[in-house]
Design a protein around this ligand. Structure first.
Ligand code: NDP
Length: 253
């Protein structure tokens, strides 16, 4: 493969939740750019079928990110059996659509555990190795719900806006060691999570359609291509940004 600043040749990427939806789109785009990818998730059947689709440059590990004490062993296993992780994509996440007045503490906490605290644990473990190697790249997956106030997603929106706070602070610690960290804020992207959330709510779906400047919803490949760019040398001077990939939804009135 010809090397361009956009190439991920000789790079290894760990993509959480890489067996479905946006994570699978990122895995596909990174492999096309020359990377080896490792995908994780809880459901082996999804990981296995993603691997069959992605080919021999894809490896998978079944891992529940809520099992935070197992994270150092997972990373050691990946780095000793496959390769040092150059790129970490914290994509796994869960959604909760419920009025805040009806959201229990345990439900709120579950969202924060998955979407924020596991991201911190995994990032800390990977970043300690990246900092020692003086090279690395970390991507968070945010959301429009981390930028706007949207009804019925208070826990989810809080988890996603907190990721931006976490990113800003980590940038200052990692930048001197050549480790970059950026966030992609997907707009409304056709994935299992999105379709589950909107298909049962036509009014919400119409509100979203009205909000997006470009025609149609986004595709998982759109997020994949943005992730390739941010992880590549082409973005070597970019750290600490939140990049909306949203068909203009954040500026459309
Ligand atoms: P999916 O539901 O397809 O993907 C979520 C992934 O996360 C699944 O592969 C799931 O795998 C994994 N996951 C969830 N919980 C855990 C856990 N405890 N341990 C390990 N893996 C876990 O939805 P999307 O592709 O849409 O979502 C991907 C990311 O994009 C999420 O962070 C989401 O918040 C974000 N996003 C999506 C948008 C959209 O429009 N689709 C918009 C904005 C943000 P498994 O269940 O097998 O563990």
């Amino acid at each position: 493969m010809q090397t361009t600043p956009f190439s991920l040749s000789h790079k290894t990427a760990l993509i959480t939740g890489g067996g479905t939806g946006i994570g699978l789109g990122i895995a596909k785009a990174m492999i096309a750019a020359g990377a080896t990818v490792v995908i994780t998730g809880r459901r082996e059947d999804h990981l296995k079928s993603a691997q069959e689709q992605l080919g021999s440059n894809c490896h998978y590990f079944v891992f529940d990110l809520l099992e935070k004490t197992g994270i150092p062993a997972l990373i050691e296993k990946i780095e000793s059996t496959i390769a040092p992780i150059d790129i970490l994509v914290n994509n796994a996440g869960i959604h909760l659509k419920k009025l805040s007045l009806e959201t229990g503490d345990d439900e709120f906490e579950q969202i924060i555990q998955t979407n924020l605290l596991s991201v911190f644990s995994l990032t800390r473990t990977c970043a300690s190795r990246m900092v020692a190697r003086k090279s690395g790249n970390i991507i968070f997956i945010g959301s429009m719900a981390g930028i706007f106030g949207i009804d019925r997603v208070s826990a989810y929106g809080t988890s996603k806006s907190a990721l931006t706070g976490l990113m800003n602070n980590l940038v200052t610690e990692y930048a001197p060691c050549n480790v970059r960290i950026n966030t992609i804020a997907p707009g409304w992207i056709e994935s299992p999570m999105f379709l589950n959330a909107v298909n049962a709510d036509p009014a919400r779906k119409q509100k979203i359609v009205n909000r997006i400047a470009m025609p149609g919803f986004g595709q998982t490949d759109d997020i994949g291509h943005a992730a390739v760019f941010l992880a590549s040398e082409a973005a070597r001077y970019i750290t600490g940004v939140v990049l909306p990939v949203d068909g203009g939804a954040t500026v459309n009135f």
